[in-house]
Design a protein around this ligand. Structure first.
Ligand code: TRP
Length: 455
């Protein structure tokens, strides 16, 4: 090991990286966002395109990001800076790091508000308020929450403090334990929910909805949404995974590790979808295209109807909060690491500054669901606008930059060395996809999807 590597604390094993990366990847994107955008886009065809995006674009870009992080061993912005200047390149490429930090803050701003909804549900369920509630009853309760900006701001603040708190302690120490114990528990709860859905819900219809492709329901805008979400759900395009890659032991296989993370992430999303839609179809009053409220209406109805629902439902929203927590940490960490490395901030102030900015921006999302719901720009509320700007523009754009940078600009020797690709076919295949599939595919989907969104 070189001295440069030694001076940077590497995690002890590949599994620590897998857990941290899964902790980042598995979050609201899988449990809240995937089901509702699949619902809005008519189900099956969207899911198929999403899976294709994960395999052909998400996984190769993720390998590239982890690789960049590990060979740079610094915060993402500085890693990019040293790699680009070592390659004698223009400072333009450092922009990737910048775009990432800004995207992270913007995403965190609404992420925290939605995680706040999950927090607010914990006491509601634990006190039995939702037991035996009808769809209408749950809907009323949810609307009551949305119409109350103070309550929303309160839970948003609690979540932001949780995030800033853990990041202040430091990532290597702060993260591991929670993720190791709680992620498997979340998985078990999803299995329980699936069994409930199978027995009490309209499982066949839910399955058909999610997996039988009906391409007439999918617009070009929807294809861009699938692409953007495949980056979002894998935590790509903003340096989060790059930052974690910096802690990865030098001898671990990046390719295999990334495949494991991608597999778990996709599995959790599909399980959440299969838990939710059978319940949606078994109850007349829930619209599969309901949007962001889908999770918060459908599952509580199920918890209210199942034996032990208070316990299982309460635990479920606790675990959703924790999954969101370990993701939120990775949204803020790249920016924090950069402020510390280059601006001489200490961890505490860096966190406070970035967390504070995200908190203020989050107020816009809070108000999008009540007082500002009439104010729209290009047909979008503030929340929808921030989501659009990040998921559908910034993440694909940084993904594109990374593919072009690693595929066309960085000397192949660098990735060959990091990925042990001396004679390997896997490396050649990955490199080929990154060069010839990712850039054109992302560009086309981005351009056509944006055109379809606005024209
Ligand atoms: N992947 C997380 C989720 O699905 C969200 C997330 C965490 C993220 N870190 C990120 C998204 C970095 C984009 C970039 O909930």
């Amino acid at each position: 090991m070189s001295s440069e590597v030694k001076s940077f604390p590497a995690w002890h094993s590949r599994w620590t990286f897998i857990l941290a990366a899964t902790g980042s990847a598995v979050g609201l994107g899988n449990i809240w966002k995937f089901p509702y955008i699949a619902g809005e886009n008519g189900g099956g065809a969207f899911v198929l395109v999403y899976l294709a995006c994960i395999l052909l674009l998400g996984i190769p870009v993720m390998v590239a990001e982890v690789m960049l992080g590990r060979s740079g061993r610094q915060s993402p912005i500085n890693a990019m800076r040293s790699l680009t200047s070592a390659a004698g390149l223009h400072g333009f490429w450092n922009g990737i790091g910048w775009l990432g930090v800004v995207a992270g803050l913007l995403i965190l701003s609404y992420y925290s508000v939605i995680a706040g909804w999950a927090l607010a549900y914990i006491p509601e369920i634990a006190t039995g308020r939702l037991q035996g509630e009808s769809v209408q009853g749950v809907q009323e309760l949810f609307n009551g929450l949305l119409q109350n900006p103070r309550r929303l701001v309160f839970w948003h603040s609690v979540f932001m403090l949780m995030t800033v708190g853990v990041v202040t302690v430091g990532v290597t120490r702060g993260l591991g334990v929670a993720v190791r114990v709680l992620m498997p528990l979340l998985f078990v709860l999803l299995v329980i929910l699936l069994i409930f859905s199978y027995r009490q819900g309209d499982f066949a219809r839910g399955f058909y909805f999610l997996f039988s492709p009906n391409f007439s329901a999918l617009s070009l805008r929807g294809v861009l949404e699938a692409l953007g979400h495949s980056f979002f759900t894998l935590s790509l395009g903003m340096g989060a995974i790059m930052a974690y890659g910096a802690y990865m032991p030098a001898d671990a296989s990046i390719g295999k590790t990334v495949l494991v993370v991608g597999f778990f992430d996709t599995l959790v999303a599909l399980m959440a979808g299969m838990a939710i839609f059978p319940i949606v179809f078994a109850h007349g009053g829930i619209d599969p295209a309901a949007g962001p409220e889908l999770l918060f209406i459908s599952l509580p109805v199920a918890f209210g109807a199942m034996p032990g629902g208070i316990l299982i439902g309460g635990l479920f929203f606790i675990l959703v909060t924790i999954a969101a927590w370990s993701s939120a940490i990775s949204l803020i960490e790249p920016g924090v690491a950069w402020l510390i490395e280059t601006r001489g901030f200490n961890r505490f102030t860096a966190n406070l500054l970035l967390g504070g900015m995200a908190w203020v921006l989050g107020l816009g999302t809070v108000l999008s669901f009540n007082e500002w719901d009439q104010y729209k720009f290009a047909g979008m509320t503030f929340f929808e606008g921030v989501d659009f700007l990040t998921s559908r523009i910034m993440l694909p754009l940084t993904g594109l930059f990374i593919a072009v940078f690693v595929g066309w600009i960085l000397a192949p020797a660098v990735s060959k060395k990091e990925l042990n690709g001396g004679h390997s076919r896997a490396w050649s295949f990955w490199y080929w996809v990154l060069r010839y599939i990712c850039p054109p595919a992302i560009t086309v989907v981005l351009v056509v999807g944006l055109y379809d969104s606005f024209v």
